[in-house]
Design a protein around this ligand. Structure first.
Ligand SMILES: [Fe+2]
Ligand SMILES: [Fe+2]
Length: 450
């Protein structure tokens, strides 16, 4: 399909149309006349990589957005990087957003569009994936901070002065920035210790899956409930605060029935005690108490011993799956990690025996056979990251190619929805650490999808 472009023209917000692409933002409400700190920060956060024209002490300057200052008068925003296409491709959602933010006038190019449905959905997928990538970058920083906070919480609880304020602040931050999904996506791409980062990654994956699962059932949580569930998921292993640190941080496998193993396996009971004394809800207590209980409660790996699996509520059944998934995909200093598709396959084999089958099916549907963040090899030898889960055909997610068939690393990553390309298929899931080493997370969070 061809697209013909015409000269630029200036239009007001209300005249923006779907066949336009914004080249410059040129008219603003008053608050941009002498910008305060919040306005500068907001622009710098949302317009990364964009150039700004400002008036400063009677001089007109063209600057990178990070160089704007308090007091500057904003004249224009231009040179949008591809990752910010969502701020230049006109649609109803963008118009509403622009109105809310006080952008009034634009320089636009009219594009005669004859886009097929396929091209439109591709464009949408590029935008959605680019959004996820930039969230993942933010998520990597937030999860580092949250891990430190969880580590402090466990240490303080061990010393008898539990203080959940710091963790609670991270929970609020993560929910506000909507980054649970992104934190979950990068869980397999970075190093993770078995206790602290584990809690954060499990919490994020659980939370994002739980919200989606409830959404599928027509249920939406209140902000308070969302907060409570993420905090609760972070604290599913809080009982480890009562396990001596040398045992907790040990990387050797303890003998069955050893004192060390008994102590480790007491963490769910300890956790339930701690959370009860804190006045946590029954749901949160159940999650800490029973997340190691298996469907077949007579198994050796099922603890604490309880009479019936009926005691284990839905949320706990879900976090039990996420707990094992994270333990498999997280890279520890002493063990190799599993590729996410291999971990999914492993848990699939155990569903119904160890894991609740209904919860497993919901989780599988949400994550897909190839979870987002998986590194895969295609039949032409190219290597790609999964960036959007598959639809009905589970073998065909949407991927971004990072290395072509000739083995060359790409600086721009082509998006391929495998449903649209029947001749291309995934032949192997790869261990990202083996292929990309320590750079996996960096490469993923710097994908330039086009
Ligand atoms: Fe646990
Ligand atoms: Fe755990």
């Amino acid at each position: 399909m061809t697209s013909a472009t015409s000269q630029s023209e200036s239009v007001l917000l209300e005249n923006l149309d779907d066949d336009m692409i914004i080249e410059r933002y040129i008219g603003f409400i008053d608050k941009f006349t002498s910008m305060d700190e919040m306005t500068c920060k907001w622009l710098q956060h949302n317009f990364k990589g964009v150039k700004a024209g400002v008036k400063r002490a009677d001089k007109t300057l063209q600057l990178a957005i990070e160089d704007i200052q308090i007091g500057d008068m904003l004249l224009e925003l231009h040179t949008f990087p591809p990752a910010l296409q969502k701020l230049t491709l006109v649609n109803q959602r963008l118009k509403e957003e622009l109105k809310k933010r006080g952008f009034l006038e634009f320089q636009v190019k009219r594009v005669k569009k004859h886009l097929t449905q396929k091209q439109i959905s591709r464009q949408e997928a590029v935008i959605k994936s680019s959004e996820l990538i930039s969230k993942a970058k933010e998520g990597a920083t937030i999860s580092k901070g949250a891990t430190k906070a969880v580590s402090n919480l466990i240490d303080d609880t061990r010393d008898g002065n539990m203080e959940i304020g710091e963790v609670s602040a991270f929970v609020e931050n993560i929910i506000q920035s909507g980054s649970t999904e992104a934190i979950g996506v990068i869980a397999s791409l970075k190093k993770s210790d078995q206790t602290y980062a584990h809690c954060v990654d499990v919490g994020a994956i659980f939370h994002s899956a739980y919200i989606q699962l409830l959404k599928g059932r027509g249920i939406e949580l209140t902000p308070d409930q969302k907060h409570e569930m993420l905090l609760g998921a972070f604290m599913h292993d809080i009982g480890k605060a009562k396990v001596p640190k040398d045992i907790l941080d040990s990387t050797v496998r303890f003998e069955r029935d050893s004192r060390e193993m008994q102590l480790m396996q007491s963490h769910p009971v300890f956790g339930a005690e701690i959370l009860t004394s804190m006045g946590s809800s029954d749901t949160i207590i159940n999650m800490a108490h029973y997340h190691h209980v298996k469907v077949d409660t007579s198994m050796n790996s099922s603890y604490p011993q309880i009479a019936s699996y009926d005691t284990v509520i839905m949320e706990t059944r879900l976090i039990a799956i996420v707990d094992v998934y994270q333990a498999l995909v997280g890279r520890r200093s002493y063990k190799k990690s599993w590729a996410p598709p291999a971990a999914m396959n492993f848990i699939d084999q155990l569903s119904g025996i160890e894991f609740d089958i209904d919860m497993w099916m919901s989780f599988y549907q949400i994550m897909g056979k190839y979870p987002v963040g998986s590194l895969v090899e295609m039949n032409d030898g190219s290597i790609a990251f999964v960036v959007q889960p598959a639809g009905e055909d589970l073998d065909r997610p949407t991927v971004a190619v990072i290395r072509n068939a000739k083995g060359e690393d790409l600086t721009h990553n082509t998006l391929i929805n495998l449903v649209d390309e029947p001749e291309i298929k995934i032949v192997k899931d790869l261990d990202n650490y083996e292929v990309l080493g320590e750079n996996s997370l960096d490469i993923f969070t710097n994908l330039k999808i086009s």
